[in-house]
Design a protein around this ligand. Structure first.
Ligand code: PAP
Length: 332
């Protein structure tokens, strides 16, 4: 796929930060990090040092086209799934699901690249001119941090949100696997406290979700707000909404011939998890193993980890932060 192979892949090793960014870092509030020694409060959200450098580069150099699509999430809320669905939907005429579909041999993160990781990481300015239309990009950045051209153009943003209980468990598991040994273990309790204080990559998560939620209400043609739990419950319905929003609606004929079900199966947790590229591959996200992106893929796994006091604390936070917004979540 031209989408991936025409772009130089940036290394994700912890490299030296350019001197001008070091100066920026030194002026920011900081807290202990999840997989880097520190997180920094940059433009109102928590970030790792290299992300800040890349985000500034995205903000300065990425020019959204009207036809661009941005897949936006906070980490561990279903990014891999949404990338797979968007890619499969907009490219569905080009590939055979059984034979040559790129999702059979590439992790979704290799097909829909993050702006602030692979594309603009390490201070590089990628050549995006050869990408097919619509260009699909992804980001974990909050709405307010997106470059102006995203807001000013007719580009579209699809946001996937997941209930914070399951998102927390998912991120804790993931980060325990990839956290450098030199940082020592991160207990569930300590991680939960950081999460509840909003100290988590791209968080506070409540600001992240509310930013996109409000924009989706004000500009429904611009931002489609999806929920992981609802997508799990009725994947077909939300795939139809997604395809319509992206400008690639399913025809009656496609519905009749089961195209929606075929894409749904192709992108399902159960299917992707068993593919060789996702069992043995590496590097779809940084230098980490792809298999770590597929743990359980369930709604409600949090019950196996939360004590009553944790339930109470997070419930209170969510009630307070989301009050009056109209945003709510299913926990099971
Ligand atoms: P990222 O932020 O690193 O890209 P992301 O894909 O957002 O990760 O989240 C990973 C979660 O989505 C995992 O959840 P879990 O830890 O609770 O299991 C992962 O299992 C789940 N996931 C991955 N692929 C799919 C899929 N195709 N359908 C549903 N859930 C999925």
């Amino acid at each position: 796929m031209a989408i991936v192979y025409n772009i130089a892949e940036a290394s994700h090793a912890e490299e030296e930060i350019a001197p001008e960014f070091k100066e920026i870092l030194s002026s920011l509030p900081t807290e202990k990090g999840w997989r880097t020694p520190n997180l920094y409060l940059f433009q109102g959200f928590w970030c790792q040092p290299k992300e800040i450098q890349a985000i500034i580069s995205v903000q300065n150099h990425y020019k959204a086209k009207d036809s661009d699509v941005i897949v936006a999430t906070i980490p561990k809320s279903g990014t891999t799934w949404l990338k797979a669905l968007c890619f499969a939907i907009v490219n569905r005429e080009k590939f055979d699901y059984q034979k040559n579909h790129p999702l059979l041999t590439s992790n979704p993160h290799e097909l829909v690249l993050f702006l602030e990781y692979k594309l603009y990481a390490n201070n590089q300015i990628p050549d995006l001119s050869t990408l097919p239309t619509p260009r699909l990009f992804a980001t974990h950045m909050p709405l307010g941090a997106l470059p102006e051209s995203v807001r000013e153009s007719d580009s579209k943003v699809v946001y996937l949100c997941r209930n914070p209980f399951d998102t927390f468990v998912s991120i804790w598991h993931y980060l325990c696997k990839i956290r450098p040994e030199s940082l020592g273990p991160l207990s569930l309790e300590e991680a939960f406290d950081m999460y509840c204080r909003g100290v988590i990559g791209y968080g506070p998560y409540w600001d992240h979700m509310l930013g996109y939620w409000r924009e989706s209400i004000e500009k429904p043609h611009k931002v489609l707000f999806l929920k992981y739990e609802e997508m799990k419950e009725d994947t077909t319905l939300y795939m139809k909404k997604l395809a319509e929003f992206l400008g690639f609606p399913f025809s009656l004929e496609e519905e009749k011939y089961g195209v929606i079900e075929e894409i749904s199966k192709l992108c399902s947790f159960e299917h992707l998890k068993e593919l060789e590229v996702n069992k043995k591959g590496k590097g779809a996200i940084a230098h980490f193993e792809n298999k770590n992106l597929f743990r359980k893929g369930e709604v409600g796994d949090w019950v196996n980890y939360f004590s009553p006091s944790m339930v109470e604390r997070l419930t209170n936070i969510m009630e307070e932060k989301l009050a009056g917004s109209g945003l709510s979540f299913k926990l099971f």
